[in-house]
Design a protein around this ligand. Structure first.
Ligand SMILES: *[C@@H]1O[C@H](CO)[C@@H](O)[C@H](O)[C@H]1NC(C)=O
Ligand SMILES: *[C@@H]1O[C@H](CO)[C@@H](O)[C@H](O)[C@H]1NC(C)=O
Ligand SMILES: *[C@@H]1O[C@H](CO)[C@@H](O)[C@H](O)[C@H]1NC(C)=O
Ligand SMILES: *[C@@H]1O[C@H](CO)[C@@H](O)[C@H](O)[C@H]1NC(C)=O
Ligand SMILES: *[C@@H]1O[C@H](CO)[C@@H](O)[C@H](O)[C@H]1NC(C)=O
Ligand SMILES: *[C@@H]1O[C@H](CO)[C@@H](O)[C@H](O)[C@H]1NC(C)=O
Ligand SMILES: *[C@@H]1O[C@H](CO)[C@@H](O)[C@H](O)[C@H]1NC(C)=O
Length: 699
């Protein structure tokens, strides 16, 4: 067995000496395997930590911060070096020389004593137009090794995962098995011995089977067992004993790990690759209260594959296709982002892409697929309307049908009579994956916010797809929400907006604007469905309201003038992000003078990393800043975008991309809630969704 006594000192000295380069930036956290609310592994990378952003020398984390054991070792001519994680007892780390991210990939390049280069590519595919592939909760890790000194080297590559993936409670008992699918894909399967369907602990899921897999080929050996034993055996021998540890036990009890070792033989200047797949198979995905009462909705992948192993095998063998599709998506996002606002904007969009898609998962059937969203990190709600809303430019840009799949469960629940309030519900369940609604009507009330959001998202979806039938089907409830807006939008009562962390407020200028744009959206919906009288009436109401709103909500005496945070409070202001909806829908409701005025105003109140959300706090919202940027003058847009890009590089935060941070100081959280990994960062795509007919492009 590996000598445990040698472990103590080297641990303290585990310092990575060489410096890495960062392209396009050193983000707060690198997405590693980020594919769903539950497959969400990240590498802390904030500029503050000594090992931040280095794959060797620290452990990956679940988005919520708990360690996920995922290790990598390479043996070169008999000497072992760690390239991923911080295994106990190892003090020999490779030197990371570069780290890079795109929309779908994070790539780390490492040097081993000037002899060999190791390049590790984490690929979490985004397949917006291919539901079969998008439904799979798997991610790739490709390890490429090549000689860099012109000599041949004898090399073995090792990787394992721990049972930390299978439960959020490390004292829970894990069980496992190892096998081989069709003689082609070798896998470890790990699960919670007593699964708890639809349950979470510390936001990790407590049901389903986890897989770690690689090609079954010559030179492959495997083992399950205690971390120090298995890693130690490989380190000494360069092989694993093909043996199973049959003592199922708690995750933290001699940390069982699930390992593969691949003997690459003599490696020259011709690169050699080893591909690993990691992922989660849950047959049941969501508990949903829809038109058939409470039902258990299957993960959508079960429509395409009969078994976990069929899904796993398909995914593992699909790598070439995945690389091609991902390269295409990466380059489309890059081209569009640079054209819209330059390379700083690309720094933001490419960091946001996997995060936005990592907040959702497909469930249901081929005939009726739904896209369920988890309000990650803030409160875990399912299908939160005001989280979908900031996120939706990303889905609209990638594939507008995904917006429908997000909206459908909300319509179905409310139209089946499961929600008593006249206004739109806030969310479909207080904790993902339960979408069982609020039959008592006691969800977190954001009435104006959510009515406006629903109407705006529906019209935006129609504009990209021309699906008029959709407008007809939901006309009744959309009209009901419009009545609410007509009654309440002009003089908003004290209530919460989506920025609930800042507290309730009466007469919110920006919230009133959303309501008015919502009424105008309904006027357009009415026009498209031959409800001529409604169209005319709602248009004229919206126009009257906007006239009044300009008197109520704008401080015309300040230089430059600006909208207030709340009516009548001349010293208050805030980011008027709902203006974006007016531009997106091309309603021509809000006069151009308002756009120009806000654009001139924001630079006068900007801090080092951006414009505060409003006068109540120094923090801002990353998503809303980008919404505001999308409808600002070029200079003001660039100010917003460069502020966020600068923040990405400089913030000490080392959590997955937060949508809230202090605009001054060191760009930490300040007095803001510690949000992270929220799907709202789909809002990063606001500039791209503005371009007409975005949905038409094929990925
Ligand atoms: C890492 O870099 C340091 C400093 O150049 C060097 O001393 C060390 O040997 C390198 N380690 C490896 C594994 O390449
Ligand atoms: C979902 O609902 C079930 C009861 O149907 C409950 O056992 C489970 O804990 C809930 N899940 C979460 C994450 O709250
Ligand atoms: C190394 O391999 C040899 C032969 O395959 C085996 O006898 C020995 O037990 C292995 N060592 C370890 C530490 O597993
Ligand atoms: C809200 O604004 C309206 C219009 O200016 C005003 O009449 C009303 O008093 C305000 N409400 C509160 C509580 O300030
Ligand atoms: C316009 O809509 C409002 C609100 O629904 C309603 O009270 C009013 O009667 C309508 N007016 C016309 C002319 O249809
Ligand atoms: C926006 O609406 C105006 C009319 O109000 C129309 O002239 C223009 O073509 C529309 N633009 C787009 C991009 O649809
Ligand atoms: C006006 O707004 C400022 C800044 O948000 C706030 O400090 C102040 O309390 C507000 N005044 C009133 C009367 O609401």
């Amino acid at each position: 067995m590996f000598p445990r006594f040698a472990l103590i000192l080297p641990l303290l000295l585990a310092v990575v000496l060489a410096d890495s380069t960062w392209t396009p930036a050193r983000p707060p956290s690198f997405p590693l395997a980020v594919k769903s609310p539950y497959l969400s592994a990240w590498l802390p990378a904030g500029a503050s930590g000594s090992n931040g952003g280095y794959l060797p020398g620290q452990w990956p984390q679940f988005w919520a911060g708990q360690t996920l054991g995922w290790a990598g070792i390479v043996r070169v001519d008999g000497t072992s070096y760690v390239w991923m994680g911080k295994p106990e007892g190892f003090d020999n780390f490779v030197n990371q020389t570069s780290a890079e991210y795109t929309s779908t990939k994070s790539i780390f390049t490492m040097d081993v004593d000037g002899k060999v280069s190791v390049r590790v590519t984490f690929l979490s595919p985004i397949n917006p137009n291919d539901l079969k592939r998008q439904s799979l909760i798997f991610s790739y890790m490709d390890v490429e090794v090549v000689s860099t000194d012109g000599h041949k080297h004898d090399i073995q590559v090792y990787s394992d995962i721990s049972a930390e993936f299978v439960s959020g409670d490390r004292s829970d008992v894990a069980q496992w098995d190892s096998g081989n699918s069709g003689g082609q894909v070798a896998f470890h399967k790990i699960w919670k011995q007593t699964p708890m369907l639809f349950s979470e602990k510390n936001d990790q899921s407590e049901w389903g089977n986890w897989y770690y897999a690689t090609d079954s080929k010559r030179g492959l050996t495997w083992a399950t067992g205690a971390d120090t034993d298995v890693r130690g055996t490989f380190s000494q021998n360069g092989t694993l004993p093909d043996s199973k540890d049959k003592k199922y036990r708690a995750i933290f009890d001699h940390w069982p790990v699930f390992a593969f070792s691949v003997a690459l033989g003599s490696v020259s200047t011709e690169p050699v690759n080893t591909l690993f797949t990691i992922g989660l198979c849950q047959e049941d995905a969501i508990q949903f209260l829809g038109k058939h009462g409470v039902v258990s909705l299957p993960s959508l992948w079960t429509e395409y594959f009969d078994t976990d192993q069929a899904a796993l095998t398909f995914f593992h063998h699909d790598y070439d296709n995945a690389v091609e599709a991902s390269d295409k998506l990466d380059s489309k996002v890059a081209t569009d982002s640079i054209a819209a606002a330059g390379t700083d904007y690309l720094t933001i969009t490419s960091l946001a892409a996997r995060q936005a898609f990592g907040g959702v998962e497909l469930a249901g059937t081929k005939q009726k697929p739904y896209l369920f969203l988890k309000e990650i990190s803030s409160d875990g709600n399912t299908q939160t309307v005001d989280v979908m809303f900031p996120a939706f430019p990303g889905f609209l840009y990638m594939n507008p049908d995904l917006v429908k799949m997000l909206l459908d469960p909300l319509f179905e629940n409310q139209e089946s009579g499961h929600y008593p309030n006249q206004y739109s519900m806030h969310d479909l369940g207080s904790n993902f994956p339960n979408a069982t609604g609020h039959e008592d009507g006691k969800d977190e009330a954001m009435p104006l916010e959510e009515c406006g959001n629903m109407l705006i998202m529906v019209l935006a979806y129609w504009q990209q797809t021309g699906n008029t039938q959709y407008l007809r089907e939901h006309y009744k409830i959309l009209n009901q929400w419009t009545q609410y807006l007509i009654d309440e939008a002009l003089i908003p009562k004290e209530q919460l907006s989506t920025d609930d962390f800042a507290g309730p407020l009466v007469n919110q200028t920006n919230l009133a604007l959303k309501g008015m744009i919502g009424i105008q959206a309904m006027a357009n919906i009415a026009a498209h469905t031959s409800h001529k009288a409604d169209a005319k009436n709602y248009s004229s109401i919206a126009a009257d309201y906007i006239d009044e709103w300009q008197t109520l909500g704008i401080n015309k005496n300040s230089t430059p003038p600006h909208t207030t945070l709340n009516y009548g409070n001349e010293s208050s202001w805030g980011i008027l992000y709902n203006l974006y909806a007016d531009a997106l829908l091309n309603t021509s409701l809000v006069p151009a003078s308002v756009y120009a005025q806000q654009s001139d105003f924001y630079p006068t109140v900007a801090g080092k990393y951006g414009v505060p959300l409003d006068t109540r706090h120094a923090y801002t919202k990353t998503d809303w800043e980008i919404w505001a940027a999308a409808v600002a003058s070029d200079d003001t847009r660039d100010m917003f975008i460069s502020g966020i890009a600068k923040w990405i590089e400089e913030t000490p935060l080392d959590v997955p991309f937060t949508d809230i941070y202090e605009t001054g100081g060191d760009g930490g959280f300040g007095d803001a809630p510690h949000f992270r990994a929220r799907p709202v960062m789909g809002g990063a795509f606001a500039l791209l969704a503005l371009q007409p007919n975005q949905g038409a492009h094929a990925w």
